[in-house]
Design a protein around this ligand. Structure first.
Ligand code: SF4
Ligand code: SF4
Length: 389
């Protein structure tokens, strides 16, 4: 779920007018048994287990141009993979036509991963951590979404009844997926830079199928943020430069998952109790208030991951971490990364019951973990007692 990779300005004029994006010499849609091919694809997507699907044209957009500016401004922090370039030097994510010259359409599918569990903003207990909702699942969402996508892709080949090139991606391709989701009418990109579907909210995993078929595209979804600014106001690290624009290098999701080494000191307090990712700007969004809960078994939370006890997480040794987070996005932080984050959360709790576990972390052989534990001991006024210089 690379929300960090997708901070951009939405093309509001397109979204608000609902204007159909210009096509590239499209053929009329194929009709099979009274249903157009796009309708058949949507129906096949539902059969494959997706909650919504749509079709976008594969073409340059203003958002993809902005992605280039966003990278050049340094808002991607140290996420170098976002800067991957084609042989000619073009930034792959803003010039996908160079990478996929055969592609004509994008089938965009989403699955709701919301579960009937509290939000991070519901009566938060600072002595407990927070792991982002998408990472609670029983299985890694990449695998779950990819399996369904491959089923849909196989069906697409049958329906097309002609030679067709295709490629499936769940976060892993050089694509800014939610731009295509917007043009596929699956949702709009909110001021918090998340894809929001009017019925499902924003707890959505995305999968895309690039195809050489020229399919009739859907209309872009209109922007329904209106005058709301809740997400912008709620961000504890001031990561939003403006509505629809995020400096990912200040976002807690980046700081706790992608950032290696030291977290800048001026951002540590804002991290609060988040130990893996951050849901705040989605938790406060009114479009998530009535978001339905998924029945997908794989997305039900693992034991202990909702409001996890910081002492429990801190006590996990390397093997325990690996076992607890097997096939989970959380393993991306590595063991030392989560310990660093736990140390920060303990310091932010203001609770001196964490002095002892922090003292242990201050002895950790990884200097980043030890340094963050010392910082937190200082916050709890325990630097002297811990005899740390
Ligand atoms: Fe990032 Fe959290 Fe701010 Fe949203 S509220 S932009 S997830 S730090
Ligand atoms: Fe849009 Fe408000 Fe949701 Fe932010 S909180 S994404 S402004 S509706």
């Amino acid at each position: 779920m690379t929300r960090l990779a997708v901070s951009y300005v939405t093309s509001r004029s397109d979204a608000q007018t609902g204007a159909r994006p210009p096509g590239l010499g499209r053929r009329p849609p194929a009709i099979i048994k009274g249903m157009s091919l796009p309708d058949l694809i949507r129906s096949a997507a539902a059969e494959a287990g997706f909650d919504a699907a749509g079709i976008a044209p594969f073409r340059p957009t203003s958002e993809l141009s902005y992605f280039r500016e966003w990278i050049e401004a340094g808002y991607a922090g140290e996420m170098r993979y976002l800067e991957s370039r084609a042989e000619g030097g073009e930034l792959k994510r803003s010039s996908p036509e160079v990478v996929f010259p055969w592609a004509r359409s994008v089938v965009v599918c989403v699955i709701n991963y919301n579960t009937d569990r509290p939000r991070s903003t519901d009566d938060p207990d600072p002595t407990r951590g927070w792991i982002s909702r998408y990472a609670w699942s029983q299985r890694d969402y990449h695998d779950v979404v990819f399996e369904r996508l491959r089923r849909l892709e196989a069906r697409l080949h049958e329906l097309a009844a002609q030679p067709m090139q295709s490629r499936c991606y769940v976060d892993t391709g050089p694509l800014v997926e939610r731009v295509y989701a917007k043009y596929a009418g699956v949702g709009w990109v909110g001021k918090n830079t998340c894809l929001i579907n009017q019925k499902l909210g924003s707890w959505l995993f995305l999968g895309v199928i690039l195809t050489s078929l020229e399919l009739e595209p859907d209309l872009p979804a209109p922007d329904r943020c209106g005058s709301c600014t809740r997400c912008l106001d709620a961000c504890p690290t001031d990561a939003f430069i403006a509505p629809y624009r995020m400096d990912a290098s200040r976002c807690i999701a980046y700081l706790t998952i992608e950032k290696r080494g030291d977290i800048p000191e001026d951002l540590r307090t804002g991290i609060g109790r988040q130990v893996f990712g951050c849901d705040i700007c989605q938790d406060v969004c009114p479009w998530n208030r009535k978001a339905p809960a998924t029945s997908t078994q794989e997305f039900q939370p693992r034991a202990g991951l909702v409001n996890p006890a910081l002492e429990w997480l801190a006590a996990l040794h390397e093997d325990g971490f690996r076992e607890t987070f097997r096939a989970s996005p959380v393993k991306r932080t590595k063991h030392a990364g989560i310990l660093r984050n736990i140390a920060v959360a303990m310091g932010n709790s203001g609770d001196r019951k964490f002095v002892e576990p922090l003292r242990r972390l201050a002895e950790h052989p990884d200097e980043t973990v030890a340094g963050h534990a010392r910082w937190s001991l200082g916050k709890l006024g325990a630097t002297e007692e811990s005899k740390v210089p």
